[in-house]
Design a binder for this molecule. Sequence first.
Ligand SMILES: [Zn+2]
Length: 370
Amino acid sequence: MQSLPTLPSVTKLSSVVTRVLGQNPGRYTLQGTNTYLLSHPSTSSLILLDTAQGISSYIPLLRPLLNPSSRVTIILSHWHEDHVGGLPAVLRLLHELGCPKPKVWKFAEAGGTRDQGVEAGLEGKEEAEWLEKASPDEALMEGGRISRLRDGQVLKLLADGRKEGEKGALDEHDGLPQLEVIHTPGHTSDSISILLTTPFSPDSASSSPPVLFTFDTVLGHGTAVFEDLGAYMSSLTKCFDTLSALPNGEAIQLYPGHGEVIDNGAAKLKEYLKHRQEREDQVVEALKSAKDGEKSTAEGLCATIYGSTIPDALRPAATRGLILHLEKLEREGRVERAASGAVEGEPMPGWNDGWRWGTAEAEEGRGSNL
Ligand SMILES: [Zn+2]
């Protein structure tokens, strides 16, 4: 494992954002899950991005940043346990402090079974019953406790005395930070990124430049893992385009779900895309050079592409990554798969399948064009 820089448990990153580590360091969680508390001196409204894993030493770090008048909105970046597992404990803390009822938001996961799991974590807990209920049209699940985020939705810190959904002429000019939700599937189907902007206001002493929270779509160190490569690459492009559309966009920082803040976010997004494209080119090259259109397995391709450049311990992960590349190429109609059927004990579906460049339809297509 690479050695990672040490991050303090609590860091004030800007006048608006404080990062609190989930106290769950590990191979996949790096220095632990980053949670971000957004606040502004002119309001008691706060937004907490993610709740970490539920490690008990996290709560004493969060407690001093809140008080009984804190009006907290919680946004969950995706269903993974290291981001949502702390939700019951955070709700309990707010309940104990006597804070107003919080509201919890999340993007719906494809299929919904994981979302049911998030809800099940709240089942039968007093503090979950106390949670601000979603209105019926927002309800994400039968429990109706968690509100469903939409792509492009804007949430903001609310001026005191103002409720969510209330519109007023002052809103545009109150100088309070606002968040734009960007659906960025790939790591998981429900992954979001969030663009934080602080509108200019004449009375705010300093205005912070925008930042993009990428959560697990882009990490502070190394590369991220994903479930669906095609969706993942589209999401990286979507993030890149979001930054490019902003003034001085190339300088905007990324705030990841794990690891240190990333300077020059656009360059990092380009690097991630380039890395994936290079890997895809290697897969295409290896398939094209198979003799007589012979089929290759992902493990065989792993040996061809990586050779002895990686230790044996990393081969299963590398093979898994190649299967995701192959599935993307298959969906694009560029690769043909000969399914071997599920084999008991295989590390993931597709492990023993054979892959060949080109498809029957593509061949026919080419023929008819002659
Ligand atoms: Zn994570």
